[in-house]
Design a protein around this ligand. Structure first.
Ligand code: MN3
Length: 217
């Protein structure tokens, strides 16, 4: 029996057209996310019952407790599993626009304006060398939101920060439609951001940090 299943997409593969094409979505979800799911299940079997009982997020928050031969696999496949789940949920058809309420206020406070936030996020995510992710995160240490990048499938949770909005810039996420034009993919992606979901994560972020990271309790 598998502990982890490929999560269902909350919309059809073609629902994010024309910004993200159906073929990319189908391959990304049914092949790539499935591969992280399979890799996570394999690595999970090699963990102790005690570790398994903690659940994936608590394990990602404290990878150091794992044996080295399992740690790298959980970092990659477990990070990839959770990153993609967050990614699908933070997009929707007819998304985009701007956040509202407390998240909007916080973005203006930290970045100066929503436009400046978008530019910081876009420019720095486009500049990631090789494969990785751009993130808006909540940092419990400073109690502020920040922009961060992570390499490969590293999870923000492993760096003791709470992911709010993430953008996958592995070539598998855009190459069929955008080829080498990563900045064009990023500009288009803003049109499908599900800000209600990001606002909801932000409203829970301090509690999420307390639940995941023992030092912030
Ligand atoms: Mn991906």
């Amino acid at each position: 029996m598998s502990d982890f299943l490929l999560p269902k997409l909350p919309y059809a593969y073609d629902a994010l057209e024309p910004h993200i094409d159906a073929q990319t979505m189908e391959i990304h979800h049914s092949k790539h996310h499935q591969a992280y799911t399979n890799g996570l299940n394999d690595a999970w079997e090699d963990m102790s019952k005690e570790n398994q009982d903690q659940g994936l997020l608590m394990i990602l928050a404290d990878l150091d407790q794992l044996k080295p031969e399992v740690r790298d696999r959980i970092n990659f496949h477990g990070g990839g599993y959770n990153n993609h789940e967050l990614f699908w949920e933070s997009m929707k058809p007819n998304g985009g626009g701007e956040p509202s309420g407390a998240l909007k206020d916080e973005i203006v406070k930290e970045f100066g304006s929503f436009e400046k936030f978008k530019e910081t996020f876009s420019v720095n995510t486009a500049a990631i060398q090789g494969s990785g992710w751009g993130w808006l995160v909540y940092e419990p240490k400073s109690k502020k939101i920040k922009f961060k990048t992570t390499a490969n499938q590293d999870s923000p949770i492993t760096e003791e920060i709470v992911p709010l909005l993430g953008l996958d810039v592995w070539e598998h996420a855009y190459y069929l439609k955008y080829e080498n034009k990563r900045p064009d993919y990023i500009s288009a992606w803003w049109n499908v951001v599900n800000w209600e979901e990001v606002e909801s994560r932000f409203s829970r972020a301090a509690n999420t940090a307390k639940a995941l990271f023992t030092k912030y309790r």
